[in-house]
Each structure stands twice: as structure tokens, then as C-alpha cells.
Design a protein around this ligand. Sequence first.
Ligand code: PLP
Length: 391
Amino acid sequence: MFEYLLAAPADPILGLADLYNKDERTNKINLSVGVYKDETTKTPILESVKKAEHLLLDDETTKSYLPIDGVNSFNIATQVLLFGSENQRARTAQAPGGTGALRIMADFLSRRTKIKRVWISNPSWPNHRSVFQTAGLEVREYRYYDAQTRSLDFDGLMSDLNQVIAGEAVLFHGCCHNPTGIDPTPEQWQTISELALKNGWLPLFDLAYQGFGQGIEEDVYGLRLFANNQPELLIASSYSKNFGLYNERVGAFTLIAADSEIADRAFSQVKTIIRANYSNPPAHGAKIVSYILNNAELKEEWIDELTGMRQRIHRMRQLFVKTLQDKGANQDFSFIAKQNGMFSFSGLTEEQVLKLRNDYSIYIVNSGRINVAGMTIDNMSRLCESIVEVL
Ligand code: PLP
């Protein structure tokens, strides 16, 4: 049965990580994969996480199954982080990472509602299209990025979203849009929310970088506006980046319905989706998050560590812009200092990206997306000299 199968193309981002690992040149720089790196280019385990793990190992008395929707204290803490307090119209299920939460969202829409079409931004994280299509939904794109002005194409976005009809869904990045690093302003979120209400389509949020933009509260401005204004909303949130728990696979799926009774009924359907997929989630990562968010001292330490990660990225953005200028770049890169989160659309062409990879051992995704967290004070000079040479 299998000899007919053709080899699948390598994942555009993870495939690049393989190439980077095989590259034997000593001065290589990796700005491709989407993980945080510290000043020594390591992806650290947070101190707050280590402390929570010690407590957890001491306290743990059983490895018995979790409920289908996971650790209850984790789900409540997730709502507090998302909305500022528990939300009576919301129900949350712990999920295996943000991707697992997106897949629950996609399966729920495809198999339990009448929705057939989901709109995603152009560009977006490539897995958005894969997850929704694999669940059987049609994916359409709305305009998002204006390459000329290197900013949000808000007119294009509004004109495309004006075509969305009731019974369709639209996915937004809660903050730190991947790959552009450009988010709507509070006024723009308001305008989009009014359009959703007027035309009756369902908003979806993917929140993978809470705390990496301006701060944990600031980064959910748009999400909270929608949670207050819209009768229905679905959210996939991830703890991979903001707790550095990438390989523990910790995320959450949250459903908001018009009232508490409808939320209960809809959520019972969500649980049937989970049961038929992975039955119930793994415990360790979610318990770490729950220990931290439910302990005032650990929570404060985590917020400090998250602030440290955010500020380091911000410093690298500024240093990158300045160093490019100092090295004589013939283009203005100041837009990079204004973007949010780990990623920037650098504006480098595919040809320039390939030259950087082959001749300078600098790894950037073909689209020109750079992970600013891969930059350090040590590699900045060589990085910027190389970019100026290929410009
Ligand atoms: N959504 C976006 C926009 C992302 O960038 C990522 C990870 O890169 C995810 C979701 C998935 O996160 P997780 O690793 O928790 O599945």
C-alpha cells in the first residue's frame, strides 16, 4: 500500500534546522527556527519552571489519567491570564501545545459546526493552513502586510474581511504576528470587532506569544476586546514560548459562547473531539504552569524572567538597526525596531537569503523572516556586515 507514496516536501522551517545542524562552519548564525535564545544562543529552562518542577516531583502521588479537559487549576489560571479573571461564558481545555489547541479548534469547527471556510492572514504561520485543511476546512486568505510601507495593510484587510459572510470564521494572531511582527492598533482591533459583529462571522484567536510584545496584559488587548464584545469566540493559546516549555507541549483551547448553558453544551462536544483524538492530555507541563500561576512568588519570578526575554529581544532589534546603519546599509531598517515579538519580516529577497546561507552560514527562512532572538551582541557585527554585503 505504501510504495505509491511520494516523499513529502521538507517542512520549510524545521527542514532548515536540519541544514543548520549539518553545517560544519564554526561561525554559523541561526535566525530561522522560532525559539527564544539567550545571549549565549541557548534556549534556557526558566528558573521559575525548575522550581515548580521540584515542588511538583515532591508533591506528586499518582500518574493516573487526567480528565479529558486536563488539569482544572491550569484551565482556570489560563482564563485569568487571557481575560484578567475567570469568564462565566468561557470553557477551557488543556491541550498538547498551541498546535494541539488549533487542531481541536479546527476539528470542532469542521465536525461539529456548519462552518466550512476559515480565513487566515497573508502571510501567516504556515501550519495554520495545514491544520485547518487537514481537518477538512477550506482556507482563504485576507490581506495583512504592505511590503511597500512595511506595515499593516489595514485597508486591504478590511476590504477582504468585508467579503466574509456569517457562517465563516476568521483567524487572528492575538499578538506578535508571525511572521511580520506587526499587530493591529487598539483602534484597528475595535474596527475589526465591529465588522465581525455587523456581519456575524466567527472570530478565532491564536495566541502563541503572550508577554513577548509589550507585556502580558498589553498583549491581550485585542483578545479581551473581542471576548467582551462578541457572543462567540474560540482561542488557541500556547505556553511554549512564554514559559520556555516547548517540548512539554502545553497549550489551551478556550471556547466562549453566548451564555453559560450554551458554553456547557458546546464544550461537551469539544470533549468528544479530544476523546477521539488523544483521549486526555499529558500532565507534567500543565502542572508546571499551574504551580507557577497559582503561587504569587513563582508568578512574580516568571513575570521577571519573561520581561527579561522580551527586553533582550527589544535591545537586539535596536542594536540590529543601528549596526546595519553603522556598517553602511543602503536601506532604512528602522521599521524592525517597531515590530513586536520574536519575528521580523526583514525585506531580504529569497536570492539574498540563499546567498547569506551558502556564502556566510547565516540561516534565515526563504520568506526573509528573521528570528531576532537568534541575534547576540557577539554575532551582531558579522551578521550586519554580511547582510550589507548581500544587499
Ligand atoms: N501559533 C503560532 C503563530 C506559532 O508561531 C506557533 C509556534 O511557532 C504556534 C502557534 C504553535 O505553538 P506550539 O509549539 O505551542 O504548538
